[in-house]
Design a protein around this ligand. Structure first.
Ligand code: ATR
Length: 313
């Protein structure tokens, strides 16, 4: 048995008949760092809760959500490939989930005597009518990570976004909603970038959107492609069309490996850089706040995440 001595903090109470549960569902899920992050936070908040991970096939997502709901789970996180599927499966959708068309957090809620839906953490355990309420905490996490980990003010900023898949779309819509001045979308499949550009023009007309590399000043380059996950991946940008400058902030949504060749190049050019660990942290911190109603112990969660990455590679 290996004990992790690098994450000090209060010990969890033993599991007993009053222990409450949260979980992440994914397919696959075995690399998830969420249990480490949340189980470090729960005892700090004085909660006799545990956070579990389940590998759930997409075809079984609906009964798996219903099962957790029936068993009094506090909430769920959903990861690849469940986030889009779950939009159709929850009883209520928060604006955040509606805006981005994806659910990464479910909060189970019970009806109180006055007919109001409250998080289960605010109700005594027992018989309630329970519903599932879907939220999206990923989008908020993108901009929080850029602000806090790179110290960048997004208002009026000029941004190059690499990638127009699911993660790229969420980032683009959130950046535009936060008032970035110019958004340049670069994607292997040009039509996807065109479609996304049109969506942003409709939803955030104040942001100037173009497809391709921009001329002039760039404040932030954000990698939302999957390039860099594998050791022999090519770079996510074209070196003939673009070069890093030391004034730029550079964010890679990838956190495993901790330093992709893209981030390494940016760092060598003197840019401020951060990897996607912050995004993972902040989406988890917000989910925990939705479940508990208490501020998340972000520093301890970051430390637990880092320790998990260090020991699992
Ligand atoms: P996610 O949900 O993580 O965003 P995704 O929707 O599959 O996953 O998107 C992956 C992104 O990485 C896309 O922008 C994809 O480009 P395409 O839209 O052209 O598919 C990009 N990507 C993946 N593999 C790539 C490769 N070999 N070269 C260039 N871009 C790649």
């Amino acid at each position: 048995m290996a004990y992790n001595l690098r994450v000090p903090g209060p010990c969890a109470e033993p599991i007993d008949a009053q222990t409450r549960y949260c979980a992440v569902y994914g397919f696959p899920v075995k690399h998830s760092a969420s249990p480490a992050m949340h189980n470090a936070a729960l005892p700090i908040l004085g909660l006799n809760w545990r956070y579990l991970a389940f590998e759930v096939e997409p075809a079984k997502l609906r009964p798996a959500i219903e099962g957790a709901q029936s068993m009094g789970f506090i909430g769920l996180n959903l990861t690849v490939p469940h986030k889009l599927l779950a939009v159709e499966m929850v009883d209520a959708l928060d604006e955040s989930a509606r805006d981005f068309g994806a659910v990464n957090t479910i909060r189970f809620e019970g009806k109180d005597a006055g007919g109001h839906w409250l998080p289960l953490s605010e109700l005594p355990q027992g018989a309630h009518e329970v519903r599932s309420h879907g939220f999206n905490t990923d989008a908020e996490a993108v901009t929080r990570a850029i602000r806090e980990d790179l110290g960048l003010d997004l208002q009026g900023a000029s941004v190059i976004l690499l990638g127009a898949g699911g993660a790229g779309r969420t980032a683009a819509l959130k950046l535009a909603a936060e008032g970035v001045g110019r958004l340049s979308l670069v994607n292997r499949t040009r039509e996807k970038a065109d479609d996304l550009a049109n969506e942003i023009r409709r939803r955030a007309p104040r942001t100037k959107v173009l497809v391709g590399y921009p001329d002039g000043n760039v404040d932030l380059v954000l990698n939302a492609t999957s390039l860099g996950l594998k050791p022999d991946d090519s770079l996510p940008y074209s070196e003939t069309e673009f070069a890093f400058k030391s004034s730029m902030a550079v964010y890679d949504m990838i956190y495993r490996p901790a330093q992709t060749p893209f981030l390494k190049q940016a760092k060598q050019a003197g840019c401020r850089v951060a990897n996607g660990l912050g995004m993972l942290l902040y989406q988890g911190a917000r989910a925990l706040e939705l479940w508990t109603g208490k501020p998340a112990p972000v520093a301890a969660m970051r430390q637990a995440l880092q320790a998990h990455m260090d020991s699992h590679g």
